[in-house]
Ligand binder design. Sequence first.
Ligand SMILES: NC(=O)c1ccc[n+]([C@@H]2O[C@H](COP(=O)([O-])OP(=O)(O)OC[C@H]3O[C@@H](n4cnc5c(N)ncnc54)[C@H](O)[C@@H]3O)[C@@H](O)[C@H]2O)c1
Length: 309
Amino acid sequence: MSGGAGFIGTHSVELLVAAGSSVLVIDDRSHPCEEALPREVKVLRADCGSPAAARALKAFKPDVALHLASKGGVQKAARDPGDHVKRSLASSVAFFDAAIKAGTRRIVTASSGGTIYGQDAKLPAREVHKAAPVSAYGAAKRAEEVYLAALGLRHGVSTLAVRYGNVYGPRQDGTGEAGVVAITCYRLLDGSPPLIYGDGGQTRDFVYVGDVAAANVAAIFGRMRGEVNIGTGRETSINAIVKHLLKAAGRLTESEFLPAREFEVRRVCLDSSRAHRHLHWKARVSIGSGLAATWSWFCKRPQIARVAR
Ligand SMILES: NC(=O)c1ccc[n+]([C@@H]2O[C@H](COP(=O)([O-])OP(=O)(O)OC[C@H]3O[C@@H](n4cnc5c(N)ncnc54)[C@H](O)[C@@H]3O)[C@@H](O)[C@H]2O)c1
């Protein structure tokens, strides 16, 4: 697995280990979460597209490869799309190629249902709808999907792109530019007001990280090919998220509003009936209980408690 030391990665590794799988994590630790990986996991600290990663894959001979490594989100990629291609897309393609050369029979890659369908998609978006990303990040995710499908066809390897909605939950970084739930938790504990870009009426399909890790496991062990949405089929506005978290925190603070960010679509909602049909997966955690679990995790973090003091 690439990117296994990150937010979605650590949750996925834990489920795989619990299911009895042997796991090799290749992660350059450019953005790891603080959670330690289970001791039985083999770890290589390297870029997933590097010769060292290719050698490790050859030695480990994985049946299935899960690709989660990626650098930066929508805003960072928009600032320097060329650099994003070099730092993310190039490594992704090299990782697919190395996994195939190591004899992998199936590759699953993390894609983005929030950015692939673009601005004018009929909602809830289905996989048959045309991909029309409006951001460099979404374009790179779509390019990754296309590369993976082409390499899979050429080499007889089965491939699947899992298109997540907005993933949130314990262990997400609250100090970056992406992840409104984690950022708001962090700010509330820091004594700062929630930050909202635009009017806060923009919606996303928020999916809990435990559900996403379960989807990854189902994708790894399944046979489905192509692309699949991993979301809840529900739209939640940023204002509603902030309201939930303010209530959990027992705060009455006014939010700070900043101008809307470029390249962000107004509404996202994913139809995940394909995932249900072919992977027997559906989101189980409601937004209320997912936000409560996330808030309570953030409250227990010593680093933030120190900031809050
Ligand atoms: N979090 C979301 O809401 C979301 C939504 C849609 C898609 N995704 C995708 O899911 C995947 C995982 O996201 P996440 O939220 O866990 O991110 P994350 O930043 O927490 O984890 C990514 C991990 O990959 C590692 N990494 C980055 N570049 C690397 C490279 N070239 N080689 C090896 N390791 C590298 C980082 O150190 C980190 O541990 C990414 O591909 C991301 O684009 C995430």
